[in-house]
Design a binder for this molecule. Structure first.
Ligand SMILES: C[S@@+](CC[C@H](N)C(=O)[O-])C[C@H]1O[C@@H](n2cnc3c(N)ncnc32)[C@H](O)[C@@H]1O
Length: 266
């Protein structure tokens, strides 16, 4: 907090309420305040420029959306993504921090081979971080919000957890790793997600990684009960969002999942 000294030029007590001239800041304090305001304005200007660039990039991607092209465009950075796609709270969208999404991508990568099929369900930031750092041909984003089509037209799959049996047949029993961050912390949401996951995971080698609020733990034990979606083990990964107060954690369905993310907490 700034300390406002009494003006050396003031002739009346500042408590009298009778002074006609407003209190003045000491020159050092004034200089500090000016420098603070100018760096704040610079920061704001930079933020607006970046946000405009990111929005222009998304608009450009939308204009050049050619499904007939075989290749998806290179994935944007998580910072660009966070600026371009505002959180829609009606859809319960809360994005991971850039640092966390990048860390998660690194750990997920350690579970994959170049031929893995990975389904990111309801976690677009995780998908962006993963595809930006080291893109994988077999990565898919299963999401309800169609805005993300522009990011990767061939990898985006429209998905509604309220229609859990509706997904591309090519995914049935073929996915090596499913990563889920459910939009709502309740049983019907998880029931829909688990119903889809059971059908798309490879029955033997399939793994599930679930990031959600710890308040749902009793539901999770019941729903994600047997292979390949369970039983769930709480991993060592600490989950970070921008500004959510709820306690979050991460669970994995495979033997040894407890060690996932361990080198972060050491
Ligand atoms: C809690 S957010 C998780 C996002 C994650 N923290 C991230 O940063 O990638 C839940 C996601 O579920 C999606 N979603 C909301 N309703 C959905 C529905 N009915 N079916 C599938 N996905 C849905 C939202 O669009 C959002 O991306």
């Amino acid at each position: 907090m700034l300390h406002v000294p009494e003006s050396p030029r003031s002739t009346t007590s500042s408590f009298s309420g009778l002074s006609s001239s407003p209190p003045m800041l000491h020159a050092d304090t004034l200089a500090l305040l000016e420098s603070f305001l100018s760096s704040k304005a610079e920061e704001e200007k930079r933020f607006n420029e970046l946000a405009e660039q990111a929005a222009a990039r998304v608009a450009g991607l939308a204009l050049n959306l050619h499904f007939e092209d075989e290749q998806d465009p290179p994935m944007m950075t998580v910072d660009e993504y966070r600026l371009a796609f505002s959180e829609d709270w009606q859809l319960s969208q809360f994005w991971y921090t850039t640092a966390f999404a990048t860390r998660l991508a690194k750990h997920v990568r350690s579970l994959c081979t170049p031929s893995s099929t990975v389904a990111f369900m309801c976690c677009p930031t995780a998908f962006v971080a993963f595809q930006h750092t080291n893109p994988l041909e077999g990565a898919k984003l299963l999401e309800y919000d169609g805005r993300f089509t522009v990011l990767a037209p061939h990898k985006f799959v429209h998905y509604d957890l309220n229609e859990p049996d509706t997904f591309p047949e090519s995914l049935r029993g073929t996915v090596d790793l499913v990563i889920i961050d459910p939009p709502f912390l309740n049983e019907p949401t998880n029931a829909g997600l688990v119903q889809t996951t059971r059908q798309i995971l490879h029955p033997q080698r399939g793994k599930l990684l679930l990031l959600t609020g710890t308040s749902t733990e009793p539901i999770l034990d019941r729903l994600y009960d047997k292979s390949p979606v369970g039983p769930l083990r709480r991993t060592s990964l600490e989950v970070e969002h921008g500004g959510l107060a709820n306690e979050f954690a991460c669970w994995g369905s495979w033997d040894g999942a407890e060690d996932f993310g361990k080198d972060d907490s050491e």
